[in-house]
Ligand binder design. Structure first.
Ligand code: DGJ
Length: 724
């Protein structure tokens, strides 16, 4: 069991493996947050309330009790106009123009089965508590959903807003959650970036007023990932209280942490309310996306491991989450758009015997697509380019014992395409305004059912006709214009959320409808790396920047919220195509092995020695693959702050571990570089073949050992730990 109730004090306790989350229903019927942190006993907690109305604070409507202002109650939800001046969780506009609501307790339910959100991805399993709140004056309701997991320290939250009146209600804001953190000094850790430079960590002190991150792009974006950690000022990688927030959402979002006048901090978020409103007709409900909340008393590392475990157990497709991943060769950086059957067949021949098991044909196989100016949306094989069509190539690939993968960019349309000539309105745009190009293409209007049907039918036709084992789903531009031709003017502000719903609909009908095909997410690199995408796609292309040095930063940042198994990482050519850097082949492989690995370079120029090296690398990867898929990650050396990077991955039973260490710049006269392992069992004895030593976990973690790198820049060393 994960949910307990003290009926007398109306206190709810949500218990994770090592954490407790608690709130109670106060005498006004308002759900008041009490505690979220390290696991505690189910004691009476009301003595910890601060409360206290001051001058200039309004009392709860209709009362004149001392100490009764909403502005000082710690919220589970907050709303505007009744004395609460903090960021509202919801902002309804009623038909008479008034915007005031007071949502008060009307009951609760505990659901043994977690209901699936009808139109959006969400976590599964756990035990779900629903708190029913109701505004009896406006017949407006809010249902607060909390799912607790006894085996982990995450809680998922969302809210359903209900119009039970006989008039229209417009939601100008409809966030998924709010909660309070007690008075203290906190920093926010967020992940910013851009193309080929995704998910850089940034630590910002929180302050009075609002700290916020968001996306206005109708995608979760590379600019700011929909993730925020709020950390106690002294918290670090392995110490201190850290609260993590991650939205299972792929469109415009907001996450906020507000330092309130009472000293506490209110964290809230969900769908971005900028350029948003949603019209609820009588009887209609609005479901918000789910937010995943993770607590750890063991610093950022503990928070990340909680997210990773929860996503593996309760979010990612069970069929694939722990299944061995394709070790693939992708032709993109080998050929770009210039390929023939013969060239692709030569790539296939050149990897024979290496252990690479999947060949992926990237962009350029369809329509008129010899560069990125044309062809998107015409999902018809270009037989003039690929003589013999797809089947000839697929048969060839299969005859060599490899699986076959194919690239699509389902959401896009080129101006120079047959589909655009026939249906220019399929592209998002405003009829009397020019559209913005981005990568020479437009985005399709996924808010429209006929457009979605076209995408689903044309892609499923290819998947049905050909024997395809793997699909790479790309997405190379963000939405502009935010308008859907034909939709009512008073519903145009629903566009960005409807885009997400449209995306999930086509994912349901393409990804989930083809369960035997392995789907990888991609977004011009890693520009849509979020838990909703992870629900459909067990792995996501992490970045178009595959340079090993850059990847230590990108993979480090990505790992704050997402497990290693979610990150697709390739060994590519040198000089690297994005940064022209030359790094050793071994280094490129060691860094790419910290995720779902693959190769993306012209293997037809390989010497026998290169082929032997790849064979060795693939064999090595297979030895550690179970750790990548299911191990606990310990980040040891931070490349964003030091000359080093190291990741340790430890099996759940702590009987095995793998350590990858990397030194960026070579040092002329290096001091001994001691690395202390993490995550091992102190009392277990481990054999480390690379050191030819048998040492206890306690020694490895407290004394450490010297890691000697070869001379030069960008060097790696790897170590294995086996319990004896
Ligand atoms: C962007 C992706 O990230 C690349 O891997 C490649 O698939 C190109 N798009 C193809 O256009």
């Amino acid at each position: 069991m994960a949910i307990y109730i003290d009926k007398e004090s109306k206190t709810f306790y949500l218990e994770g493996e090592n954490s407790t989350y608690s709130f109670f229903i106060n005498s006004f019927g308002y759900p008041e947050h009490l505690y979220w942190g390290k696991k505690i006993h189910r004691d009476y907690l009301l003595m910890a309330r601060s409360g206290g109305a001051r001058s200039c604070e309004a009392k709860v409507p209709g009362t004149n009790e001392g100490g009764s202002t909403y502005n000082h109650m710690l919220p589970e939800i907050s709303y505007f106009g009744t004395g609460d001046y903090r960021e509202p969780t919801v902002h309804p506009v009623f038909e008479d123009g008034s915007r005031v609501t007071e949502l008060l307790y009307s009951g609760y339910d505990i659901l043994p089965e977690k209901p699936r959100i009808s139109s959006m991805p969400s976590m599964s399993g756990g035990e779900t508590l629903v708190i029913y709140l109701y505004d009896t004056i406006r017949d407006f309701g809010a249902e607060l959903y909390y799912t607790a997991y006894p085996d982990s320290d995450v809680i998922s939250r969302r809210i359903i807003y209900k119009n039970e009146s006989n008039k229209k209600i417009k939601l100008d804001r409809a966030y998924s959650f709010a909660l309070a953190l007690p008075k203290g000094d906190y920093d926010a850790l967020t992940l910013f970036g851009g193309w080929a430079n995704e998910r850089n960590p940034e630590r910002t002190p929180l302050h009075h007023g609002v700290f916020s991150i968001d996306s206005k792009r109708a995608t979760s974006s590379a600019t700011l990932n929909p993730f925020m950690a709020v950390m106690e000022r002294g918290a670090s990688e392995d110490r201190g209280n850290v609260y993590g927030f991650n939205l299972i959402y792929s469109s415009s979002y907001a996450l906020k942490a507000e330092g309130a006048s009472g000293g506490h901090f209110v964290v809230s978020g969900g769908i971005n309310d900028f350029d948003f409103s949603w019209l609820l007709s009588p009887g209609e409900s609005f479901e918000t996306p789910e937010a995943v909340l993770s607590f750890s008393a063991e610093g950022l590392g503990g928070m990340s491991r909680s997210f990773h475990r929860a996503y593996r157990e309760h979010l990612i497709n069970k069929r694939y989450v722990k299944a061995l991943r394709p070790v693939l060769i992708n032709n993109w950086e080998a050929t770009y758009f210039e390929f023939t059957f013969e060239k692709l067949a030569a790539i296939v021949d050149s990897i024979e015997g290496t252990g690479i098991d999947t060949f992926v044909l990237d962009d350029g196989w369809f329509g008129k697509r010899d560069d990125d100016n044309s062809g998107l949306g015409d999902w018809v094989v270009n037989e003039a380019k690929l003589s013999g069509g797809l089947d000839r190539l697929i048969d060839y690939v299969h005859s060599k014992g490899l699986k076959f993968g194919l690239w699509f960019e389902p959401e896009m349309i080129s101006e120079d395409s047959d589909i655009f000539r026939a249906h220019p309105d399929y592209a998002i745009g405003i009829p009397d305004r020019p559209r913005c190009y981005s990568r020479n293409q437009y985005a399709m209007d996924l808010t429209r059912e006929d457009v979605r049907d076209y995408i689903v039918d044309s892609i499923n036709a290819i998947l049905k006709k050909h024997d395809i084992d793997y699909v790479k789903w790309d997405y190379n531009r963000n939405v502009t214009e935010f308008f859907s031709e034909g939709r009512d003017p008073d519903r145009q502000l629903e566009f960005s959320h409807r885009y997400a719903l449209g995306l999930y609909d086509i994912c349901d009908r393409i990804v989930l409808a083809n369960p035997d095909i392995f789907f990888e997410g991609c977004s011009g690199g890693g520009a849509r790396f979020d838990p909703a995408i992870l629900y459909y796609f067990p792995q996501i292309w992490t970045s178009d920047d595959s340079d090993a040095e850059e990847r230590t930063h990108i993979q480090w940042g990505t790992s704050y919220a997402y497990p290693l198994s979610a990150m697709a990482c390739h060994v590519s050519a040198v000089p690297n195509h994005q940064v022209r850097r030359v790094t050793p082949m071994r280094t490129r492989a060691d860094i790419a092995h910290l995720g779902a690995t693959g190769y993306e370079l012209d293997t037809t120029v390989f010497t026998d020695k290169d082929r032997d090296e790849v064979k060795r690398q693939v064999a090595e990867y297979h030895k550690m693959e179970d750790l990548v898929l299911d191990g606990d990650l310990y980040r040891i050396e931070d490349p964003t702050k030091t000359n080093f990077f190291s990741f340790a991955i430890v099996s759940p039973d702590k009987s095995r571990a793998h350590l990858t260490c990397y030194r960026s710049k070579g040092q002329p006269n290096p001091e001994p570089h001691i690395v202390k392992m993490a995550g091992l069992d102190e009392n277990k004895l481990y054999f480390i073949p690379e050191l030819n030593l048998m040492l206890h976990g306690s020694t490895l973690m407290n004394v450490g050992f010297a890691v000697n790198f070869n001379k030069g820049d960008f060097m790696t060393r790897t170590f294995n730990f086996e319990e004896k």
